[in-house]
Design a binder for this molecule. Structure first.
Ligand SMILES: [Zn+2]
Length: 213
C-alpha cells in the first residue's frame, strides 16, 4: 500500500482491534505504522456480520491523503484552495473539484493574463497564447473533457459550484494545479534566487548586474 502521509509504498500488515457490534455490523480499528515515515495509519472499519457484502472503511488518520507539499513560493490565496481541495478529496470529490476549478480559474486570470469569461473560454485563451509547455497545455485542455463541460456547463460558468464529478476528475484537477504552481511560481522563484546570487557575485567583482527579463 501507499502511505497517505509520505506516499512511499510498503507491504501492508495491519493490526486490528475489535470495538464491538451494532446494527450495522462489527466495528474495528485497524492500524499500522509506515516503515518509511514512522507514522500510524488508522482506519475505522465496519463489516456486516454475515460477511456477504464488503465492509466500509473510513480513513481516520491522517485525514485525507497527502500529495506534494506546496512550495512556499505559491501565494497563500492559491495554496489555501489547493490544500483544502486535497483535504476534502476522499470525503467529497465534488467539493474538491469545485475548489480546484475555482483555484484554476484564479490562476489563469491572474498569472495567465487572460480576459475573464467562463473557464472553458479561459482555458482556450491560455492554450492559444502558447505560454505553457505542451504537457501542461494538454493537461489543462483535458480538464474540459474529463469534466464533461459540454454536459455540465455550470462547471465553466460558475466554477465554485458543487456539481457531479466524473471518475478521476477531482484528482486530475489537483494534478493540473500542481503543474501550474510549478510553472508560474516555483520555477521562476528558483531562477530569481539564482539571478540574485549571480548579481551579488558580479557586484562584488565590480561588474554590472544581469539584465532582468
Ligand atoms: Zn509514511
Amino acid at each position: 500500500m501507499k502511505c497517505p502521509h509520505c506516499l512511499n509504498g510498503f507491504h501492508s500488515d495491519k493490526s486490528r482491534y475489535v470495538i464491538g457490534s451494532d446494527i450495522d455490523g462489527e466495528w474495528s480499528v485497524t492500524y499500522e505504522e509506515c516503515p518509511e515515515c514512522g507514522k500510524f495509519i488508522i482506519e475505522l472499519e465496519v463489516s456486516e456480520v454475515s460477511g456477504r457484502s464488503p465492509g466500509k472503511i473510513f480513513q481516520a488518520y491522517p485525514k485525507g491523503v497527502s500529495r506534494t507539499q506546496v512550495a512556499k513560493d505559491v501565494p497563500d490565496k492559491f495554496a489555501d484552495d489547493y490544500k483544502e481541495a486535497c483535504l476534502v478529496l476522499s470525503d467529497s470529490p465534488k467539493a474538491s473539484s469545485a475548489l480546484s476549478r475555482r483555484c484554476l480559474q484564479n490562476i489563469l486570470r491572474e498569472k495567465g493574463g487572460i480576459k475573464s469569461g467562463d473557464l472553458a473560454g479561459e482555458i482556450q485563451q491560455v492554450l492559444d497564447s502558447k505560454q505553457l509547455p505542451s504537457h501542461l497545455s494538454a493537461a489543462i485542455d483535458a480538464v474540459r473533457n474529463i469534466g464533461n463541460f459540454a454536459a455540465h456547463p455550470i462547471k465553466s460558468t460558475n466554477t465554485g459550484v458543487i456539481v457531479g464529478v466524473e471518475a478521476g476528475e477531482a484528482e486530475w484537477l489537483l494534478d493540473v494545479l500542481e503543474g501550474l504552481f510549478d510553472f508560474y511560481f516555483v520555477q521562476p522563484a528558483i531562477i530569481q534566487r539564482k539571478r540574485d546570487e549571480l548579481n551579488k557575485k558580479l557586484g562584488g567583482a565590480g561588474k554590472p548586474p544581469m539584465k532582468s527579463p
